[in-house]
Design a protein around this ligand. Structure first.
Ligand code: NAD
Length: 471
């Protein structure tokens, strides 16, 4: 299990393993203590976290609290409230064929969990999986994103103070460091990021037969036909899309509606944007920036030659892209995916550009969704139960949310994860605890009333008949 050479990074992982092997992460009191330490780290340094998020992403304090700090604190509280119940050994049924026997399910930690996080929610997506890993009694190694350097540095500075025994360790860095980390043996890897890197992670994990949770992305669609709730729906849609300047894995990626609804929807989206971020969102303290020039250039290229119905202004020096809405005509080629006619429909946008695609009906929208990779989330704004059922039953996605966007991420009682190309496995709350635990069946068969003899040679016809009946 120990690593072949002794680079500082190998040493970090080896020490985390040694601590785990010492048994110190396992007792319930130790788990609870570590969750409290994590809570204290966030609560005592909230202004520092807000400042780091502002530096990295121009994330205003309100958004930083809501989408990064509070959501992680809520996950910790939820876990502290329920952990003892989740972790209690549970009696399990022993089948009649094995009687007399007793069965229990006992949970045990997996070992050392590696968490690799992206830059877009650099606190939440690093520390939320950590909550589950610690709750399950594991040690952890955290790899924050190098593209959110202020947050990465802050976490690397604070973690050793709050986890002085080394149950949680931080390795900072980019591709070389992550590659080196992935060569080590872990007992579980949680990766949040792109499908391309997800494949690299899974290949590396396969070498050690390490299980993975892959939280990936994709194009999360929206269906809209709720004319009666137009303004409310548009506000929720604009909020879900333009929070963090659209750099959210579950951000609505594109909207589908019928052609007649588009003008009113565009007007309502414009009202909502102005209401939330003002006439000029560039001057709003609540509107984010694109993380770096590379992402800015990618997004600006998507807009090149396209006339925006709303927004469209780009400023490279500030990495600012206005909340932008683009209407896209109906086309006969595959509507989304690499073959799509419009560049905005070929890949995950991951920025503040919202294409509206005209389709004939909800049925056609479902076909569009089913025409490419399964998305991470699907948002349906309709007043018709039949339409809700259509999307729930005839499409597949990580989650479905009706009449809102993003909010399922904050529901600690629900599993959060993708399906197919949008991810493998799920976490949050009990699902995190489950993902980072091994549920071990423990069976006891008393020596007296030795019914096992019936399954042992020499077999008799009567004995076999009896066992068959029991089974
Ligand atoms: P990314 O895949 O580029 O990077 C994620 C992490 O992988 C970083 O820590 C990075 O250092 C590391 N990494 C990058 N290249 C690597 C390589 N070649 N080898 C090893 N490690 C490497 O993702 P990103 O750009 O930070 O985030 C954007 C993507 O993440 C989007 O696709 C988005 O949808 C997805 N995402 C998903 C979720 C989710 O919860 N499902 C949340 C946020 C983002």
């Amino acid at each position: 299990m120990t690593t072949p050479t002794a680079s500082p990074l190998n040493k970090t992982v080896a020490e985390a393993r040694r601590l785990f092997d010492s048994g110190k992460t396992r007792p319930m009191e130790a788990r609870v203590g570590r969750l409290r330490a994590l809570r204290a780290m966030l609560a005592e340094h909230q202004p520092a976290f807000e400042a780091a998020l502002w530096n990295d992403l121009h994330k205003g304090p309100g958004e930083a609290q809501l989408t990064e700090i509070n959501v992680t604190l809520a996950e910790i509280s939820h876990t502290l409230r329920h952990l003892r119940r989740w972790a209690r050994p549970r009696r399990a049924p022993a089948p009649a064929a094995l009687w007399p026997a007793r069965a229990r399910l006992v949970s045990e930690p997996l070992g050392v969990v590696l968490v690799i996080a992206p830059w877009n929610y650099p606190v939440q997506l690093l520390l939320n999986p950590l909550v589950g890993a610690l709750a399950a009694g594991n040690a952890a190694v955290l790899k924050p994103s190098e593209l959110a350097p202020a947050t990465s540095a802050l976490i690397a500075r604070l973690v050793p103070r709050y986890f002085a025994d080394g149950a949680v360790r931080v390795v900072e860095g980019g591709i070389p460091e992550t590659t080196e980390l992935l060569a080590q043996q872990f007992d579980h890897i949680v990766f949040t990021g792109s499908g391309t890197v997800g494949r690299i992670v899974m290949r590396a994990a396969a070498e050690h037969l390490t299980p993975v949770t892959l939280e990936l992305g994709g194009k999360s669609p929206v269906w809209f036909d709720d004319d009666a709730q137009l303004h409310r729906a548009a506000r929720r849609l604009a909020w879900a899309k333009f929070t963090n300047a659209g750099q959210t894995c579950v951000a609505p990626d594109y909207v589908m509606t019928t052609p007649d609804r588009i003008p009113a929807l565009v007007d309502a989206l414009q009202d909502a944007i102005t209401d939330m971020w003002g006439i000029n969102p560039r001057t709003s303290g609540d509107y984010g920036r694109i993380v770096d020039e590379r992402q800015f250039d990618r997004l600006a290229a998507l807009l090149h030659g396209t006339e925006a119905a709303i927004g469209g202004q780009c400023d490279r020096a500030e990495r600012y892209i206005a909340p932008t809405v683009v209407t896209v005509p109906t086309l006969d080629r595959p509507a989304i995916g690499p073959e799509a006619a419009h560049p905005l429909l070929r890949e995950e946008i991951f920025g503040p550009i919202l294409p509206i695609l005209a389709v004939d009906s909800a049925e056609q929208a479902a076909q569009v969704i089913n025409g490419w990779d399964k998305p991470l989330a699907l948002y349906v704004f309709t007043s018709r139960a039949r339409t809700r059922r259509l999307f729930e039953q005839h499409t597949s996605s990580g989650a479905v949310v009706h009449d809102a966007g993003l909010i399922h991420v904050a529901a600690a009682g629900l599993p959060f994860g993708g399906v197919g190309a949008s991810g493998i496995g799920a976490y949050h709350g009990a699902y995190s605890w489950r993902a980072f635990s091994h549920l071990k069946p423990v069976l006891r068969k008393p020596h007296t009333m030795d019914t096992l003899r019936l399954a042992q040679p020499p077999f008799t016809r009567r004995g076999l008949r009896f066992v068959k009946r029991l089974m």
